[in-house]
Design a protein around this ligand. Structure first.
Ligand SMILES: C[S@@+](CC[C@H](N)C(=O)[O-])C[C@H]1O[C@@H](n2cnc3c(N)ncnc32)[C@H](O)[C@@H]1O
Length: 256
C-alpha cells in the first residue's frame, strides 16, 4: 500500500495519551462567542477540541479522513451524551449540506497538506463551505531555526505511562528539506513491558512548514481576510521565540 502519512493515527488511544489538554480552548471560545450556527472541527481526530466545544453548547460537526480516529471520537461523544455530527471526509473535497458559521482546524493539522497547491485547495474548500463573514481558526508550528534543526534518534524526548501503566520512552528523529519545506519525522517508542520484556513501535510523519508571509498570501488567494495571528494559543505576538502560528481569519467580502 502507498505511504499515506497516517501512521501517527494507527492507535487512536496512543494518540490520546500523547496529545492531552486543550490549550486552544480559551482563545477559540473568545473568538466564537457570538457564533450561533454550526461549527466544523476539521481534521478533528479523536475529538480533542470537538468535544469540549460541544460541551460549551456549540452545535458541532467533526470531520476527519481517518476512520479509527473518528470512531474513537464518536464513542467518546456517546459516552459523554454529546450530540455531535461526525463525517468521514477528505478536507480536500468538502461538500457540506449547508454552510458552517465557523471552522476550526487545530493540532497543526494544516501541516498535513504537503504542497502549496494542496494548502490553497484546502483553504478554498473551507472558504466555499463557510457562511458570509464565517470564521476560520487554525494553527501550525512556527518555522523557527530550533524547530527545523535536525534531531537525532539518540535524544530522549519524553516518557509517559501507557494505558497498562507501562513506561514508554519516546525518541524523535527529524530532517527538514528546505526546498519542499517538508520535515520528515520518525517517532520511536520503547516500552518496558510489565512481563519484563521490551516492545518497540515506530511511526513516520511528514509535515510542511509555512512562513508567515507565504501564509498571508495563501489566505488572501483563498478569499480570507486575516483578523489576527499569534505565536501561541496564549495570544502572544507571532515570532521565532514562540511555537506556533495561530490564525484567526474571516471569509472575505468578495469570496464566492
Ligand atoms: C495531528 S491530528 C489533529 C487531530 C485533532 N484536531 C487534535 O488536535 O487532536 C491530524 C488529523 O488530521 C487528519 N487528516 C489528515 N489529512 C486529512 C485530510 N485530507 N482530510 C481530513 N482529515 C485529515 C488526520 O486523520 C488526523 O486525525
Amino acid at each position: 500500500m502507498a505511504y499515506d502519512n497516517m501512521e501517527e493515527y494507527i492507535d487512536p488511544s496512543r494518540y490520546d495519551i500523547e496529545n492531552q489538554g486543550h490549550p486552544e480552548l480559551g482563545l477559540i471560545l473568545q473568538a466564537i462567542s457570538a457564533i450561533e450556527g454550526p461549527i466544523v472541527d476539521l481534521a478533528c481526530g479523536t475529538g480533542r477540541l470537538t468535544l469540549p466545544l460541544a460541551e460549551a453548547g456549540f452545535s458541532m460537526i467533526g470531520i476527519d479522513l481517518h476512520e479509527g480516529m473518528l470512531e474513537t471520537a464518536r464513542s467518546k461523544a456517546l459516552a459523554r451524551g454529546l450530540d455531535i455530527e461526525w463525517l468521514q471526509a477528505n478536507a480536500l473535497n468538502l461538500k457540506l449540506k449547508s454552510r458552517a458559521s465557523a471552522f476550526t482546524m487545530v493540532g497543526n493539522s494544516f501541516q498535513h497538506f504537503l504542497t502549496q497547491e494542496q494548502q490553497l485547495n484546502l483553504l478554498r474548500q473551507i472558504n466555499h463551505n463557510l457562511a458570509p463573514d464565517g470564521l476560520l481558526i487554525f494553527d501550525l508550528r512556527f518555522p523557527s531555526r530550533a524547530e527545523l534543526a535536525t534531531s537525532a534518534r539518540e535524544d530522549l524526548a519524553y516518557t509517559y505511562k501507557d494505558q497498562y501503566g507501562q513506561q514508554c520512552s519516546v525518541y524523535y528523529e527529524s530532517r527538514y528539506d528546505p526546498v519542499t519545506q517538508i520535515q520528515h519525522n520518525t517517532t520511536y517508542r520503547v516500552t518496558k513491558l510489565s512481563n519484563g520484556g521490551k516492545s518497540t513501535d515506530d511511526s513516520r510523519i511528514d509535515l510542511r512548514f509555512t512562513y508567515p508571509q507565504e501564509l498571508k498570501l495563501l489566505l488572501a488567494q483563498a478569499g480570507f481576510e486575516l483578523q489576527a495571528w499569534y505565536g501561541s494559543w496564549n495570544g502572544v505576538p507571532l515570532g521565532e521565540d514562540y511555537p506556533s502560528i495561530v490564525v484567526v481569519c474571516q471569509r472575505g467580502k468578495n469570496a464566492c
